[in-house]
Write a protein that binds this ligand. Structure first.
Ligand SMILES: Cc1ncc(COP(=O)(O)O)c(C=O)c1O
Length: 399
């Protein structure tokens, strides 16, 4: 029998690698998405943080259409106008020393490039990453990712990676030595539960790796492009990385990653040592250019700061009234609510009431909505969450 329901078809044929939510999303607009029966949801996942300017932004859609009519494929071995426009726009938003880019198809690939650049540019091997970190699931990126549940079945991974505890200065001093090629750090840990490090610790990491003659790699795949209320989260923490990795929303949800670096470090790799068939694809680049235009013209970074503050204040109020909430943290529109129990039931109930939520580990709700989110969307989310938390407290006999 021919299957017609998308859920049944995916269940029958797609690899069972994702923990699925029982919903089929078929369209989106701004901060809202819709299922096949046209039920509306406030999208607090932002398609895992990729949909920064909002779903189906008309300017992005037009740019994709226009480019697709002109040229869909163009390998990096020839020049291309859409790619040139995108890297030129990227150069205007990235910090001055980071003006050379390599374009990939995912965040993990941006990390792969960064690791190779660090090793070749310094002539050293050791990469120091952080406990709790997430950098992706390809073998190089996975070697920097912390959680044993992602790693254990695939060991041995790439050698010479070490993990130091988050916010711990002593171990950092012991581990970052003259044989270290790079310190790799998320300015705010995303998958790890939206954990914001101290400025002092970040400054120490930066000093230690530079004194050791290595590079500071910032993984801004999740935090970059305005998510935290500044263009880059490094700005909150006062650090200036030598290599910066981007991904997620920089082309409004089309597959992309970017490694940005100084000319000197990036030029350590020579012709042919690192390429990608699809990296720098013209349609993706056109979407990326439109994304930067919209981000700037609609002042979405400021909106992330303003609406994020409003959202966080509302979540803190929920913490004040619901014992089930243990902590609220984050910056801009990168927020988390840590609860005393598994959040699975909360996710399901909220979905039922028109709010699409994301988790980050067993007991953490993570909020990565589009940066165009409005206060009225936040009010809807807070009202649904308040009711769901109330019922969970009764179920868990906390109230
Ligand atoms: C900080 C960080 N780095 C890297 C990645 C990997 O990106 P991708 O899933 O596009 O490979 C992610 C994905 O969530 C991430 O949050």
């Amino acid at each position: 029998m021919m299957l017609t329901d998308p859920r049944e078809i995916e269940e029958a044929h797609y690899a069972r690698y994702y923990a699925r939510k029982p919903v089929t999303i078929v369209r989106g607009r701004g901060a809202l998405v819709y299922d096949e029966k046209d039920n509306e949801f406030v999208d607090c996942t932002g398609a895992y943080g990729t949909c920064i300017v909002g779903h189906a932004h008309p300017q992005v859609v037009e740019a994709i259409n226009d480019q697709a009519k002109k040229l869909i494929a163009c390998h990096g071995s020839t020049y291309n106008d859409a790619r040139a426009t995108f890297v030129s726009k990227l150069s205007t938003v990235l910090p001055v020393p980071l003006q050379r880019f390599f374009l990939t198809n995912s965040g993990a690939e941006a990390l792969e490039c960064a690791i190779k650049v660090a090793r070749k540019a310094t002539g050293k091997r050791k990469i120091v990453a952080i406990k709790g970190a997430f950098h992706g699931k390809t073998h190089g990126a996975l070697s920097a990712t912390w959680d044993p549940k992602y790693r254990r079945s695939f060991e041995p991974l790439v050698p010479d990676f070490a993990h130091i505890p988050f916010n711990d200065s002593e171990t950092a001093k012991e581990t970052i030595t003259n044989d270290t090629a790079a310190v790799l750090v998320e300015p705010i840990q995303g998958e790890g539960g939206i954990r914001v490090p101290t400025r002092d610790w970040m400054a120490l990491l930066s000093d230690l790796i530079h004194d050791a003659g290595g590079l500071l790699i910032a993984d801004e795949v999740q935090t970059g492009f305005g998510r935290t209320g500044k263009m880059f989260a490094c700005e909150h923490l006062g650090i200036e990385p030598d290599v910066l990795c981007l991904g997620k929303g920089i082309a409004s949800g089309l597959p992309i990653g970017a490694t940005a670096s100084t000319d000197e470090a990036m030029s350590a790799l020579t012709v042919g040592e690192h390429t990608s068939t699809f990296g720098g694809n013209p349609v993706v680049c056109a979407a990326g250019s439109a994304t930067i235009d919209v981000l700037l013209s609609e002042r979405l970074v400021d909106n992330a700061a303003k609406v994020g503050e409003y959202f966080k204040a509302g979540l803190l109020e929920l913490k004040g009234t619901h014992r089930i909430v243990r902590d609220v943290r984050g910056l801009g529109l990168m927020l988390a609510v840590e609860t005393r129990f598994d959040v699975h039931e909360i996710l399901l109930q909220a979905l039922h009431e028109g709010v699409l939520l994301l988790d980050a580990g067993r007991n953490i709700l993570r909020f990565l909505p589009p940066l165009c989110m409005e206060a009225s969307h936040v009010d809807r989310v807070l009202s649904v969450l308040s009711g769901v938390l109330e019922r969970e407290e009764v179920a868990k006999q906390l109230s």
